[in-house]
Write a protein that binds this ligand. Structure first.
Ligand SMILES: C[S@@+](CC[C@H](N)C(=O)[O-])C[C@H]1O[C@@H](n2cnc3c(N)ncnc32)[C@H](O)[C@@H]1O
Ligand SMILES: [Zn+2]
Length: 287
């Protein structure tokens, strides 16, 4: 990580700034955190208190990595990159900081970093947090240009007040008070959620759970007391999935834990299948 990129990060115990000293980070009060071999830092204070089902499992993470790497969601990635470039053009903060809260295995934050730096020519500091250590480990190993941290969104985002210019939150838990606290003045929050018709044909064919109908309304209710909806971008694109892609897609879903043997059998032998991806990109900003 570039030295100045450490500036937004704070200690989960006393909230003073964290500074890197080789293999250890220390805050101003002397609390210390080891840098793992892969370059990430675990800022969770009490892993034991988290339920075993919190965070994605290794199987889910590998399925997600394969699925995203296959390019199936490139349409979403391009839309997120575009929004990021529009939000950050003209930002004068130093460093310009982008955080992906609930980043999983790091695909999107790395794509945003690559796009902003290589295609737009910006210099940005990129961070990813996730409660699953296995996810952060995979992310740090594959994408050394971003800084990854194990942290629980529901408790504490390890960033200073008003330090983040763009906060991404894609299909992951949201914590309005923390998100608002870390957003820089004029900063943006981009929440990406699936639409009610997301993968509808695929869900019907394999008898998978329906999407939550009220999700968009719930996100709006969570954030509009604090932030204004600045822009909304509905996104729909066709997806023709190979057998490997559709099995990976199912493994990425929480419902994978509840598949019946008949569903597993049908998925394993399924031929290529065409469906639609549908997302809402909700961009919030201080009113
Ligand atoms: C559906 S995945 C999305 C991952 C990534 N944003 C993506 O789109 O590829 C949800 C992610 O949220 C993480 N997660 C679940 N609870 C969390 C929490 N309390 N704090 C931070 N991350 C959490 C999971 O470990 C998982 O990586
Ligand atoms: Zn401290």
């Amino acid at each position: 990580m570039r030295d100045h990129c450490q500036r937004p990060l704070i200690c989960p115990i006393c909230r003073t700034s964290l500074q890197g000293y080789g293999k250890t980070w220390r805050c101003l009060a002397g609390h210390s955190f080891d840098v793992a071999r892969e370059g990430y830092v675990n800022l969770l204070l009490s892993r034991k208190k988290l339920a075993a089902t919190v965070g994605d499992t290794a199987v889910m993470l590998q399925a997600r990595r394969r699925f995203l790497a296959s390019g199936a969601y490139d349409g979403l990635c391009a839309a997120v990159n575009q929004v990021a470039a529009e939000c950050l053009t003209g930002v004068s903060g130093s460093p310009t900081a982008v955080l992906d809260a609930g980043c999983g295995e790091g695909y999107y934050i790395n794509q945003v970093r690559r796009f902003l730096e290589d295609d737009v020519g910006m210099t940005v500091c990129t961070f990813g947090t996730d409660v699953a250590k296995a996810a952060i480990k995979l992310a740090a190993k594959q994408y050394p240009s971003a800084q990854f941290l194990v942290a629980d969104t529901n408790r504490f985002i390890p960033c200073a007040d008003q330090s983040i210019h763009l906060l991404l939150n894609m299909f992951a838990p949201r914590h309005p008070a923390e998100f608002v606290r870390v957003l820089a003045p004029g900063g943006y929050l981009l929440v990406v959620i699936p639409g009610t018709e997301h993968l509808a044909q695929f869900r019907a064919e394999f008898n998978l759970l329906d999407m939550e109908v009220e999700k968009r309304a719930r996100v709006m209710a969570q954030f509009t007391p604090h932030l204004a909806l600045h822009a909304e971008r509905p996104l729909t694109f066709p997806l023709t999935l190979t057998n490997q892609q559709l099995n990976d897609l199912v493994q990425m879903m929480p419902s994978a834990r509840h598949l019946t043997p008949a569903q597993q059998q049908a998925l394993q032998s399924a031929p290529a299948f065409t469906t639609f991806a549908q997302f809402h990109l909700l961009l919030f900003r201080e009113p």
